[in-house]
Design a protein around this ligand. Structure first.
Ligand SMILES: N[C@@H](CCC(=O)N[C@@H](CS)C(=O)NCC(=O)O)C(=O)O
Length: 228
């Protein structure tokens, strides 16, 4: 059964990115909609009525509201019929997904919003955690000995991991270079045709650490939760 799928979010490169990548990988049609376009109101008015008061949210058939980006990822996997059925591998995949998702804070807000000295301090403060988590991820992918984290084809956990590792390049491009197996993993994801075409055409995030902006359909917008 084909569903109407609307992914509601803001102007930032953060938690909607893994769902977008997985939608493209699985060739499932969906629509990206900004919160203000969907609701016709400011976020401050919309927020109290969203199930967990945050976005992204996937609206299914104009009826079901799925919040929490990891729940959205699991839903897309199920919809595409690529969910990992072996309980042990499924649990291992979830462990990778959660461990990567923990990189969200403070990596994503820092890259999307922090400027000047605040950017420098946040980057400095998060570095031990990033290095330690990247080390764990590098070890996991080497030990599993597959092309991606669990299988020879990517799954939800791989796209979540891809997003955070890829975003780290905008915090400091030298971090990922210390982890050759993770760099190879990024290359493998980027070389999948449907993913490559999404990455080449997605809004560009520019002026990180100075005055972050997203270039959407050729128009430059400051990152944030408000219409511009
Ligand atoms: N655990 C949630 C976190 C969602 C979240 O932090 N959303 C942020 C944007 S990335 C948000 O809605 N910010 C606006 C607000 O909190 O009012 C998820 O994974 O979806």
């Amino acid at each position: 059964m084909k569903h109407k799928l609307e992914l509601i979010y803001f102007k930032m490169r953060a938690l909607a990115e893994a769902p977008r990548l997985l939608f493209h990988y699985t060739n499932i049609e969906y629509e990206d909609v900004m919160s203000w376009d969907y609701y016709g109101k400011d976020w401050s008015e919309v927020k109290p009525n969203i199930p967990f008061k945050q976005l992204p949210m996937l609206k299914v058939d104009r009826k079901h509201e799925i919040c929490q980006s990891m729940a959205i990822m699991t839903f897309i996997e199920n919809l595409a019929g690529i969910n990992i059925t072996d309980p042990i591998l499924n649990a291992k995949a979830n462990a990778i997904m959660q461990s990567s998702q923990e990189l969200f804070m403070p990596l994503n807000p820092t890259v999307n919003f922090a400027t000047g000295d605040k950017f420098i301090k946040k980057k400095h403060d998060m570095m031990p955690f990033l290095m330690s988590r990247f080390e764990d991820l590098e070890k996991a992918i080497i030990e599993n000995d597959k092309k991606f984290f669990i299988l020879d084809e990517p799954r939800a956990c791989d796209f979540v991991t891809f997003h955070h590792l890829d975003l780290s390049k905008m915090l400091d491009p030298s971090i990922i270079k210390k982890f050759p197996r993770l760099e190879k993993f990024l290359e493998d994801i980027m070389s999948i045709d449907s993913v490559k075409s999404y990455l080449e055409n997605r809004p560009e995030l520019i002026d990180v650490s100075v005055e972050p902006k997203l270039v959407i359909d050729g128009v430059t917008h400051p990152t944030g939760v408000n219409k511009t």
